[in-house]
Design a protein around this ligand. Structure first.
Ligand code: FES
Length: 647
C-alpha cells in the first residue's frame, strides 16, 4: 500500500478498506475518514459499547504492515466498563476510545458493522385531492418595437394584469432569467408557473410540462422522498434510504452532541443529508423517466417541496443550531411552518422552488407528528383517539371534542435495539418475533431477511446477528407470559430449563433466545435482567405519556381508538404490547397501524394547500403537556414499570 511518513497505515477487515490517517485519531474517526461504516448508536460518545473492534497482532507482508495491539494505545477505564470481561480478554477495544498510534490491521466484527436497515416508508395512500400551490398560466405578451420599447418584464406584467389573480405577483430571479429566452422562442406566447398566485418561479415556452413536487420524510434513521404529480395528486415515484447522519449517532441527542463537540459539525451533517436527498430525488426522476410518459423530466420540473421530520432533523437540514432543542425548555426556532427557497439549503430542484417545512409545536413534538396528524385527524373525530409515534422518543397526540393535546415521552433507545445486550437496529439478521412455549420454555423466533420461523429452518441456515426493538418487546412479553419474569420485572433465578442461565460475572439471570451455533456472534444470544429493565422503562414512559393525556378528558368519554404511526408501529405485535402495558387499555381491534402517516401527510400538504394550512392550524391547536411538571409524575412512572400496567 502507498506509504506516507506523516501518517499511519490502517487496513480494516473484512472490507479490506485501507489508507493513511493522522496519528491520534480515534479508530472510529479513522474508519469514517476511510469510508468504513460502523454501528455507533451513541455517535462515538463512549456510551453504548457497540463499536467493538479487535486490533491484530502480527506482520502482514501483503500490506507491509506490522500491526501491534499497542498501536491502539493503553486500554481506558470506559472500555473496562462497557466491554464484557471475556471481550476484554479477547483483545476487543472500543473504536471511539482507542487512538491510532501506529500501523494496524483492525478487524470489525459482524455485530459492529452497520447492517442495512429495513426501511418501510411506503405510503399506503398514493393519490390525494389536488389543489397545488403551483399553477400554470398561459399568457400572450405583446412584442417590443422601437416605437414602444418596453422591457420584457413590464410587457409580461402587463399581460399578467389581464389575469386578475396574478396582479402584483413577484418574480423569482430564476424566472427572470428564463423570461427573455422563453419570450423569443415562444414568439410572445409563454407559460408562467406561479406559486400561490404570488410569485412567478418559472417562465417557459408555451409547452406541456408535467408539474412535479417532492415530499421529504426525514427520519433520524431513515428517509424517503415521494415524487408527486402536482396536477393529478398522484405519487409517481418513491425512493428511500438511510439517513447518512447515522454515522454521527443514532439518536437526535448524539447529533446535537456531535454539533457541540465538532466545529463545523452542523454543516457536515447538513451537507450529508442534503446530498442524500438530492440523490434520492434523482432516483425518483430516473424511475419516472423510465416510464413511457415522462422521458425528459428533470430536476427543473420539480417546482415545490414539503419536508417533515422531528425538530432536530428539521433544524439541522436548515442549518439552524439544534442546541436549544437539547436543553430545557427544548425550544424550537419557530413553532409555525417555515417557507424557504430549496436552493438556499442546497436542494437541487427548480431554482425558484420553495420548501415548506412543517410546523414544530414543541422541541420534542416535531413536524413529523404534525404531518402524521393532518392525514389522521378526520378519522380521529369519533370520540377520544390517540395517535402514537414510537421511536427513541415517543410522540403522542390525543384528539377529543375538537381539541388536541400532545406530549413526548422519553422512551429511550431500547426500543430501537440500543442499550440492549444483543440489541441492533431492524436490519437483516435481527430477531424480530419471539414465541416461548410456556410449558417447555422452548423458543421459536423469526429473523429479518428470512420468511419463516426458526422451527421451519435448518439450524445451519439461520444466522442471527442480534435482536431489534420488536423482538425485544415480544421476548419480554413472552418471558412474562411464561412466568419467567415477575410483575416487577425480576427474572426468576431458577428453572428446569437450561435456557435460564446465571451470569458468573454479576450473578444476574439471563435467558438464552438463540444458542451460539445459531448466531454469527460465536456466543449465545441472551435477554438479560438489565435488558428487561430497559424495556420496562421504555414502556413505562409511553404508558405514562398516554395516562396524562387521557387524564385531560377523564370524565368525558372512553378511548375509542389508538393509531400507531411509523415503521416501528408496523412491526409491533399489538397483543404483546398490551401484555407489557405499553398502551392504555383498549380492545385490540381498536388499535390500528397507520403506516407511514408522516410521509403521507407530507405528500398531502404538498399536493393540497388546504392541507398545508391545516398543518399550521393543528400545530397551533396542539396543547403541549410537559410530563415532568405533572405533580405525581415520578410515582406514576414507577407504577407504570409494572407488568402489565395498562389502564
Ligand atoms: S461506545 Fe463507541 S460508538 Fe458508542
Amino acid at each position: 500500500m502507498p506509504r506516507n511518513k506523516e501518517k499511519v497505515n490502517l487496513v480494516f477487515q473484512p472490507s479490506g478498506r485501507q489508507g493513511g490517517v493522522v496519528p491520534g485519531l480515534s479508530i472510529l474517526d479513522a474508519a469514517r475518514s476511510l469510508g468504513e461504516e460502523m454501528e455507533t448508536p451513541c455517535g462515538g460518545l463512549q456510551g453504548c459499547g457497540k463499536c467493538k473492534v479487535r486490533v491484530a497482532h502480527g506482520d502482514y507482508a501483503q500490506w507491509e504492515i506490522e500491526s501491534r495491539v499497542e498501536h491502539a494505545g493503553p486500554r481506558q477505564a470506559v472500555e473496562e466498563e462497557l466491554l464484557a470481561p471475556e471481550e476484554l480478554a479477547s483483545g476487543f477495544r472500543l473504536a471511539c476510545v482507542a487512538a491510532v498510534q501506529g500501523d494496524m490491521v483492525v478487524h470489525i466484527p459482524d455485530e459492529s458493522r452497520r447492517g442495512r436497515q429495513v426501511i418501510s416508508k411506503q405510503a399506503r395512500v398514493n393519490h390525494f385531492p389536488a389543489k397545488p400551490a403551483i399553477r400554470t398560466y398561459r399568457i400572450d405578451v405583446s412584442p417590443s418595437d422601437l416605437e414602444n420599447p418596453m422591457a420584457d418584464w413590464e410587457r409580461a406584467n402587463q399581460a399578467m394584469a389581464a389575469h386578475g389573480d396574478l396582479a402584483g405577483a413577484d418574480w423569482d430571479l430564476a424566472a427572470l432569467r428564463d423570461l427573455p429566452i422563453a419570450l423569443r422562442r415562444g414568439n410572445g406566447r409563454i407559460c408562467l408557473d406561479v406559486r400561490m398566485n404570488r410569485e412567478v418561479i418559472r417562465a417557459r415556452q408555451n409547452d406541456q410540462r408535467r408539474l412535479l413536487g417532492l415530499a421529504l420524510d426525514l427520519g433520524s434513521t431513515s428517509m424517503a422522498v415521494y415524487l408527486c404529480d402536482l396536477n393529478s395528486g398522484e405519487i409517481v415515484a418513491t425512493a428511500s434510504g438511510m439517513n447518512p447522519q447515522c454515522k454521527y449517532g443514532d439518536d437526535v441527542v448524539s447529533r446535537i452532541s456531535y454539533h457541540q463537540m465538532n466545529p463545523g459539525g452542523l454543516d457536515e451533517m447538513r451537507k450529508a443529508v442534503v446530498e442524500a436527498v438530492n440523490a434520492l430525488a434523482d432516483q425518483t426522476l430516473a424511475e419516472l423517466n423510465a416510464t413511457v410518459t415522462g422521458r425528459d423530466l428533470s430536476r427543473e420540473d420539480i417546482l415545490d417541496m414539503t419536508l417533515c421530520g422531528n425538530a432536530v432533523m428539521q433544524q439541522i437540514i436548515l442549518g439552524i443550531d439544534p442546541e436549544p432543542l437539547g436543553v430545557l425548555p427544548f425550544t424550537p426556532v419557530k413553532r409555525g411552518s417555515i417557507s424557504i427557497k430549496a436552493r438556499d439549503i442546497g436542494i437541487r430542484i427548480n431554482p425558484g422552488a420553495s420548501v415548506m417545512v412543517m410546523p414544530m409545536p414543541a422541541g420534542y413534538v416535531g413536524g413529523d407528528i404534525v404531518a402524521a396528524l393532518v392525514g389522521q385527524s378526520e378519522a380521529m373525530q369519533d370520540g377520544p383517539s390517540l395517535l402514537v409515534d414510537i421511536g427513541t422518543n415517543g410522540e403522542v397526540v390525543l384528539a377529543h371534542g375538537g381539541r388536541l393535546w400532545c406530549t413526548s415521552c422519553a422512551t429511550g433507545p431500547a426500543l430501537e435495539g440500543a442499550q440492549i445486550s444483543f440489541g441492533m437496529r431492524a436490519a437483516e439478521g435481527a430477531i424480530e418475533r419471539v414465541r416461548i412455549d410456556p410449558a417447555t420454555l422452548e423458543v421459536d423466533y423469526k429473523v429479518i431477511g428470512h420468511p419463516h420461523w426458526r422451527s421451519q429452518w435448518s439450524t445451519e441456515a439461520i444466522r442471527v446477528r442480534g435482536i431489534c426493538g420488536s423482538g425485544i418487546i415480544e421476548a419480554t412479553a413472552q418471558l412474562f407470559l411464561s412466568d419467567l419474569i415477575a410483575a416487577n420485572g425480576a427474572m426468576r433465578k431458577t428453572s428446569p430449563s437450561k435456557r435460564l442461565v446465571i451470569n458468573p460475572q454479576n450473578g444476574m439471570p439471563a435467558f438464552v433466545l438463540a444458542w451460539a451455533d445459531e448466531t454469527r456472534l460465536g456466543k449465545d444470544l441472551t435477554i438479560s435482567q438489565k435488558d428487561v429493565r430497559q424495556i420496562q422503562l421504555a414502556k413505562a414512559a409511553l404508558n405514562t405519556g398516554c395516562h396524562y393525556l387521557l387524564q385531560r378528558i377523564e370524565n368525558d368519554g372512553t378511548l375509542q381508538s389508538v393509531r400507531i404511526a411509523g415503521s416501528f408501529g408496523a412491526h409491533i405485535d399489538h397483543e404483546m404490547a398490551m401484555v407489557l402495558g405499553m398502551l392504555p387499555a383498549i380492545a385490540a381491534e381498536r388499535i390500528a397501524n397507520v403506516g407511514n402517516a408522516a410521509g403521507e401527510g407530507c405528500c398531502a400538504a404538498l399536493l393540497n394547500t388546504d392541507m398545508r394550512r391545516s398543518c399550521d392550524r393543528l400545530a397551533e391547536e396542539m396543547q403541549y403537556i410537559e410530563l415532568t411538571l405533572e405533580p405525581d409524575f415520578a410515582h406514576q412512572l414507577a407504577q407504570a414499570t409494572l407488568l402489565p400496567s395498562n389502564k
